[in-house]
Design a protein around this ligand. Structure first.
Ligand SMILES: Nc1ncnc2c1ncn2[C@@H]1O[C@H](COP(=O)(O)OP(=O)(O)OP(=O)(O)O)[C@@H](O)[C@H]1O
Ligand SMILES: [Mg+2]
Length: 233
């Protein structure tokens, strides 16, 4: 039984269809990636998973139960955390305050402020700095930390490494691996294969609202050019 299963989902913005018959699953404790170009439908799918975009037809299964009709709040309480592309840091709150707010909304579990600071020592150094003074990498760490404080079973990460310096990307890759080693499943959205190849054992390739390919990373690597061509990477 998968932790999350989106089955044959259609999503529209007005009359424009953004997702066509999309099916993806995330197994308990795995890292799986969703890769596609600008406008492919990646964020649309994450928002549909999180109940922020309505599913016109199709099904959301979570933990073996039909969760199609659950609200965003209920999905959060069920164990899904969403770290959006734009990170949504509170600009006028400092790092510690940004994190404490998340603990208020969280589920019971092993993640707490201390463990988030252990995972991201840089955040501890910047504890009293306001949100709007943080670098891109620090903002991303804060956004991930905030997600962890809800004690999720599944973390949805929308382009966490976009626009970050290579050394910061390496730090984030290590952090994602550590988070996953603690048993948190991760659905990692990226525009290219660089980070997904390092972290995920399975991949979904999306283009124009359609899943064009899915499978094991080793199978993708065996036919990389041909498969990348399917979504014009
Ligand atoms: N709120 C919206 N209203 C109308 N159309 C939208 C809305 N959000 C996204 N779209 C359209 O839906 C399609 C998929 O967009 P989406 O944001 O999911 O792409 P993406 O893969 O996340 O791209 P990016 O890599 O740029 O973040 C695009 O054609 C986009 O223009
Ligand atoms: Mg996006």
């Amino acid at each position: 039984m998968s932790l999350l299963e989106m089955q044959n989902c259609d999503v529209f913005y007005g009359k424009a269809q953004a997702l066509h018959d999309v099916s993806i699953s995330v197994e308990e404790g795995e890292i799986v990636s969703l890769i596609g170009r600008n406008g492919a439908g990646k964020s649309t799918l994450l928002k549909a998973i999180m109940g922020l975009n309505p599913i016109a037809s199709g099904k959301r299964m979570y933990d073996g139960r039909d969760a199609t009709r659950l609200s965003t709040e209920m999905l959060g309480r069920s164990g899904i955390a969403y770290v959006p592309e734009d990170r949504r840091i509170f600009a006028t709150l400092n790092v510690d305050e940004n994190l404490r707010i998340a603990t208020v909304m969280g589920r019971e579990g092993a993640w707490n402020l201390e463990r988030v600071y252990d995972l991201f020592p840089r955040l501890k150094e910047r504890m009293t700095s306001r949100g709007d003074t943080l670098s891109g990498g620090e903002q991303q760490m804060l956004a991930v930390g905030r997600g962890l404080l809800t004690n999720p079973e599944l973390l949805l990460l929308d382009e966490p490494t976009e626009g970050l310096a290579p050394l910061v990307v390496e730090d984030l890759i290590k952090a994602m691996a550590l988070i996953n080693a603690e048993g948190v499943a991760i659905l990692l959205v990226e525009q290219n294969l660089k980070v997904p190849l390092k972290l995920a054992k399975r991949q979904y390739l999306i283009d124009n609202g359609h899943i064009r390919w899915s499978g094991k990373t080793e199978d993708l690597l065996a036919e990389r050019e041909k498969i990348e061509g399917l979504i014009s990477l």
